[in-house]
Design a protein around this ligand. Structure first.
Ligand SMILES: [Zn+2]
Length: 240
């Protein structure tokens, strides 16, 4: 696999050891163009970077070496891990994002992502449950890579986890709102098992639901808790 070096100055000066790497974080660039994204990720003023960037033709750029901590996750949490820059590899996919015209990821882009993810997962023994989107680890701030990202397809290729609920069973439960407090508590417990971190702030909880939906129920990203979400969340916990 060809990877082009296009190195960014944005990383911790201290090297990290191989066994620190536990999580793979997927992003979209959310900017008007590939050129602009590369420029930002490589500008010392921006203070952001990632390890890799994949453009729409499937070309892979290496911006930061794996043994360096890149600056892509920001304030974040997943399971027992906090502020994930130091424990993760970040991959940016070129996509204008929700602000500038969110489009499907190209199949070449996903093919390249699949290849490089396989290598990273094997090399650092990353668990499937620790392959996440930026929105999963920072749900109050981030929405990338968004609902068009093909999590289901990748999970079938053993990249990430997925549920095994029957679509016809799920569909009946979509939009059936959960109002019962016990069921809400059940859902929250499942989310925590999966890895989501959140406080009990009721006002912000819809953002957590949204992050979950973008990843595991992208047909309807409403921020409203329904029975389908609960069934999926319960099923996912059996796959961890
Ligand atoms: Zn991001």
């Amino acid at each position: 696999m060809k990877i082009k070096d296009y190195l960014s100055p944005n990383f911790d000066k201290k090297n990290r050891s191989k066994n620190k790497i536990k999580i793979l974080v997927i992003h979209y660039t959310g900017m008007q163009s590939e050129r602009e994204s590369l420029k930002r990720l490589c500008s010392s003023r921006s203070k952001v970077s990632s390890h890799y960037l994949i453009n729409r033709s499937g070309k892979i750029y290496r911006l930061v070496n794996d043994n360096r901590t890149a600056w892509h996750a920001g304030k974040s949490c997943w399971g027992k891990y906090k502020n994930l820059n130091k424990s993760s590899i970040g991959i940016e996919l070129v996509n204008k994002g929700h602000r500038f015209g969110y489009t499907n990821f190209s199949s070449r882009q996903i093919t390249s992502l699949k290849k490089i993810s396989k290598i990273i997962i094997k090399k650092y023994k990353i668990k499937n449950r620790n392959i996440v989107g930026h929105s999963d680890i920072a749900p109050l701030r981030k929405v990338d890579p968004g609902e068009k990202f093909p999590w289901k397809y990748l999970a079938k290729k053993k990249i990430g986890i997925w549920h095994y609920c029957k679509p016809e069973v799920l569909k009946k439960e979509r939009r059936v709102r959960i109002l019962d407090n016990n069921e809400k508590v059940k859902f929250k417990k499942c989310l925590k098992k999966i890895g989501y971190c959140f406080s009990n702030n009721k006002k912000l909880f819809f953002k957590i639901i949204k992050a979950f939906q973008m990843h595991y129920r992208n047909e309807l990203v409403s921020g409203i808790l329904d029975k389908e979400c609960l069934i999926i969340a319960q099923n996912l916990t059996k796959r961890l």
